[in-house]
Design a protein around this ligand. Sequence first.
Ligand code: FAD
Length: 388
Amino acid sequence: MYPYPRLPPRTGMMVGMTSGGDGERTRVVVVGAGQAGLSVSWYLRRLGLEVGRDLVVLDRGPGTGGAWQHRWESLRLGAAHRVHDLPGMAGLGLGFDSADRRAPARDVVAEQYARYEAALELDVRRPVEVTGVTGLGDGFAVRWVGRASSGSVRAEVVVNATGTWGAPFVPWYPGRDTFAGRQLHTSDYRAASELEGLDVVVVGGGTSAIGFVLELDGVAASTTWVTRRPVDWLDQGELDVESAVAAVAAQDRAARAGQALPSIVSGTGVPRTRRFVSGIERGLLVERPMFSAIERDGVRWADGTFAHADAIVWATGFRPELRHLAPLGLRSADGGVSVEGGASTLDPRLFFAGYGPQASTIGANRAGRAIARQVVARLSGSDAERRG
Ligand code: FAD
């Protein structure tokens, strides 16, 4: 039904497009142009979908790179995890393994994705935020807001690939709302220099928290690192999230059951990179248990110990960003949405790419192929129905 098209290489990128007012129709809308959205789009293009007529990709970000474009300046590719190539990247002369590891990851990823999108002639519309997805008899109405315009697109199928960056999670502790200093989440962190000369408490047991503790050495006046449970250091220096089979399986179980997703780092452990080992050896990476309360000027442990704090950095993770799907009423009583093999179990016209077990760059890649096949099967099925 959908022949393989040729994908001629093209230079230049179309940014800032917000075409299509109310009433635009297409067959598939992909929400989000991060690793997951681009991977699905690659396979949909390979399966013959034409941009515009069959496929519209909407992204809230001002530029290319998905969540990577927002990450802090000092983060480098391969700092802890491997960033896998998008499908077909090698054939386009692109790839992360040969990319510059000294340049900020946000710039490298943005550049590679820009060239990838251009080669796919994907014409991602950005900055365009999807604010609501409503179910219709024959598909969905996807409402969007752009810089200077708004509208909606009707589609038979929606692929949600919105990641987690827009839904930072900060746990509640007594006194959190009356702390007099600065509180910032990973998603707000720009550079250690912003916390120069301050007493800083870093909360979290993942690679972001550990990176912040190391960066703050010699910049902050003091750094106190606290974690909910002792860090599970791995023997190896690199973590391939997909190889953490048990953690991926736990994500999959929760996704199928419609439960809130468990923390990934609690299932994978933290790789002993050379940088982290050096931090341990220099006595910088000494975690303390969680404090029990926050006071106006610091944090207090259950045994009465107190640490003065001017700033608290919450490196406490993210949740899937699904607010715009609220009109579909998919949330279960257990706080999640039920997803099996990338498809919603409640609405077969809705897919989730990069969700749960797919929330790594390699997981997102694999999701692309599996989801695109299901999408095309669905479209072919409705074509056949229409023909009678
Ligand atoms: P994202 O990259 O977040 O893309 C989602 C896109 O959806 C964004 O462009 C966003 O603008 C858009 N969007 C969201 N909501 C809307 C909306 N309502 N309307 C329109 N657009 C919307 N994984 C690895 O495999 N290796 C690593 O080294 C690694 N490092 C990480 C470091 C950090 C600090 C974090 C937080 C995560 C890291 N991960 C890593 C996990 C990483 O997030 C995923 O691997 C992958 O990049 C996520 O891709 P995604 O497409 O699912 O999400």
